[in-house]
Ligand binder design. Structure first.
Ligand SMILES: NC(=O)c1ccc[n+]([C@@H]2O[C@H](COP(=O)([O-])OP(=O)(O)OC[C@H]3O[C@@H](n4cnc5c(N)ncnc54)[C@H](O)[C@@H]3O)[C@@H](O)[C@H]2O)c1
Ligand SMILES: [Zn+2]
Length: 365
């Protein structure tokens, strides 16, 4: 990873080569950048109805100013849009409107739009150019980076997909002003994660600026987002195909995913489930003598200060353990954890004895 200019973060792996443009009101210069990068002049913007109401003219205007003709396509909001049928409808739209291999697909939305659009771009005519314009905090710091695209199948989340890198990413902080509070918190949870796994300074900054973060201070947010992106880029560059160290991005997610599953994805947002997961893993790490109580305390305080939960209620512990044992990252039924050594340092592929896990969860139930 390198900072090619104050607001561009370069991603370079054997199969990926693109820049992430970060800042306020960076859409117009981004349009110009695309015009230089791509040979074609047809852009297809995939988004949601609400987002097109709010920002449609801003996005298409930026592209048109750079010489693109634009078409917009809205998919319904929510995880249920991330499926093969929605992708098939999108192919139909693309084919009907004459999209070819020189056209560019622009994902304008959160992770749902990003994953779906990336998947469509990867498969339509065996792959056409694709760019990400993330509009949620989670998409800015997480899902728009790393090249994973895909849709859900009735037998599993993200079951159908491929690694397909975008040609560029445009991260415009100004878009966050309209983001609902719960979605905002979701992204904050992933930024806390980035601090814990690889950036002590980012974590300290969040501790110091908690109030400004709650107020969505854009100067503070810009720094947080750039640092969180940098963490993900470093990890992805080190392990683009998820053979090893990339696992640390799942810190807090083993328990988090299980919590989401046992509550049928209704009780907790992803970020809330991950916050609880991180808190529990910190506690687990402390119980195993791997980290000091002080580090665990700092994590609890930061999460609570930001308005994120650190514990759950009314969950069947046995069910939770069962679901974890079936996690796709479990090996022979033994749950793999990313444990915390300190703020800014984690260890991965740690097997935790079931009785230790049980006593932790029972204490919490
Ligand atoms: N590809 C990856 O590496 C990766 C990583 C993490 C998560 N994901 C995926 O991301 C998805 C979740 O993404 P998400 O959390 O961004 O949720 P999301 O895409 O569902 O967006 C959340 C909601 O916020 C609204 N919204 C988005 N931006 C807005 C804005 N600026 N103003 C007002 N409203 C806005 C959207 O309309 C949507 O209803 C999941 O499907 C998950 O699997 C993928
Ligand atoms: Zn996550």
């Amino acid at each position: 990873m390198s900072m090619s200019s104050p607001h561009q973060i370069a991603v370079r792996t054997p199969t990926e080569n693109y820049d992430i443009h970060v800042g306020q009101d960076v859409l117009v210069p981004f349009g110009q950048h695309l015009a230089e990068l791509l040979p074609g002049r047809k852009a297809f913007v995939v988004s949601h109805p609400t987002l097109l109401d709010l920002y449609g003219p801003t996005v298409t205007g930026a592209l048109q100013q750079a010489g693109f003709t634009t078409e917009t396509y809205a998919v319904p909001e929510g995880e249920t849009s991330k499926n093969l049928q929605t992708a098939a409808d999108l192919y139909t739209h693309l084919a009907t409107c004459g999209a070819d291999r020189r056209s560019v697909l622009c994902a304008f939305g959160g992770g749902v739009v990003g994953d779906l659009t990336g998947f469509a771009a990867a498969t339509y005519m065996r792959g056409i150019p694709f760019v990400q314009i993330p509009t949620t905090l989670l998409a800015m710091v997480d899902s728009s980076i790393g090249g994973k695209t895909g849709v859900n199948h009735e037998l599993g989340k993200n079951m159908i997909g491929s690694f397909y890198p975008p040609r560029a990413v445009c991260t415009d902080i100004a878009l966050l002003r309209s983001l609902p509070e719960r979605e905002y918190l979701c992204g904050l949870s992933e930024i806390v994660k980035a601090g814990v796994i690889d950036d002590t300074e980012l974590f300290t900054l969040m501790e110091r600026e908690t109030e400004a973060i709650r107020q969505r201070d854009e100067a503070v947010l810009t720094t947080l987002i750039e640092r969180a992106i940098a963490v993900k880029v470093r990890v992805v560059e080190e392990d683009p195909t998820e053979q090893g160290v990339r696992a640390i991005l799942n810190f807090g997610h083993t328990i988090g995913h299980a919590l989401e599953a046992v509550t049928a994805y209704e009780q907790y947002s992803h970020g809330e489930a991950v916050a609880i997961g991180m808190a529990l893993v910190a506690k687990l790490s402390e119980m195993l003598g791997l980290c000091e109580p002080e580090a665990r305390n700092r994590l609890f305080s930061l999460l609570e200060g930001l308005g994120l939960p650190v514990a759950y209620a009314d969950i069947d512990t046995q069910r939770l353990i069962e679901v974890m044992a079936h996690d796709k990252k479990a090996i022979d039924g033994v749950v793999q954890f990313i444990l915390m050594r300190d703020i800014g340092s984690v260890v991965y592929r740690q097997q935790v004895p079931t009785d230790v896990l049980e006593s932790l969860l029972v204490e919490y139930a």
